[in-house]
Design a protein around this ligand. Structure first.
Ligand SMILES: CC(C)(COP(=O)(O)OP(=O)(O)OC[C@H]1O[C@@H](n2cnc3c(N)ncnc32)[C@H](O)[C@@H]1OP(=O)(O)O)[C@@H](O)C(=O)NCCC(=O)NCCS
Length: 160
């Protein structure tokens, strides 16, 4: 069954209109540019592997045909959703794109009848922690030395 969503036009909470659609292979170069400037720990091979495992979980946000952000979801063996990565081009942050990607991702999970979503976030990443709290995530745990640089992660979980 092909569960891919059609491209959706979304007006963000800050009033800009973006298109949210499924990731496609040629998008990887632009996605990695945003990921690298965002200091996430992933690499292109891993992103493509996750895409192949569950293509519907990889969404991009674009405006005027340029990708400005992306979100990668995975399904855990326990049947929960997990936000593997979320990032927005540094020149377009604070305009509601991250929040719009998250909300669209929640709907993708709900369609699959997934009841919970969780994620890990750097202790120091106050902006992301605030965004996640504002869309209903609760801080439920702490994993020391989670990131390559030794920083710990806060675990956050949300009922969908
Ligand atoms: C986290 C991130 C994805 C947010 O994307 P964004 O498009 O800037 O977020 P939004 O514009 O949707 O903002 C949503 C909320 O985030 C918080 N936020 C965003 N920018 C902020 C800033 N400069 N200062 C404080 N809070 C901020 C606010 O709570 C904001 O809600 P509000 O606008 O109602 O106040 C983006 O900052 C980013 O790519 N960061 C680098 C990568 C990263 O940290 N990813 C998360 C890893 S778990």
């Amino acid at each position: 069954m092909n569960e891919s969503m059609k491209a959706m036009m979304v007006s963000t909470s800050k009033g800009i209109v973006i298109k949210i659609r499924n990731f496609e292979m040629p998008d990887i170069r632009r996605v990695m540019e945003i990921e690298e400037e965002s200091f996430l720990d992933g690499d292109a091979g891993l992103y493509l592997e996750l895409y192949e495992e569950w293509p519907e979980g990889f969404l991009v946000a674009e405006k005027d045909n340029e990708i400005l952000g992306f979100i990668v979801l995975v399904l855990t063996p326990e049947g929960e959703g997990r936000v593997f990565a979320l990032a927005v081009d540094s020149g377009y942050r604070g305009r509601g794109i991250g929040r719009a990607l998250l909300k669209t991702a929640f709907n993708v999970l709900r369609k699959r009848k997934i009841g919970y979503v969780h994620l890990e976030v750097r202790v120091s990443n106050q902006i992301a922690r605030r965004l996640y709290r504002s869309v209903g995530f609760m801080e439920t745990g702490f994993i020391p030395f989670y990131y390559k640089n030794g920083e710990g992660a806060i675990v956050m979980r949300k009922v969908l």
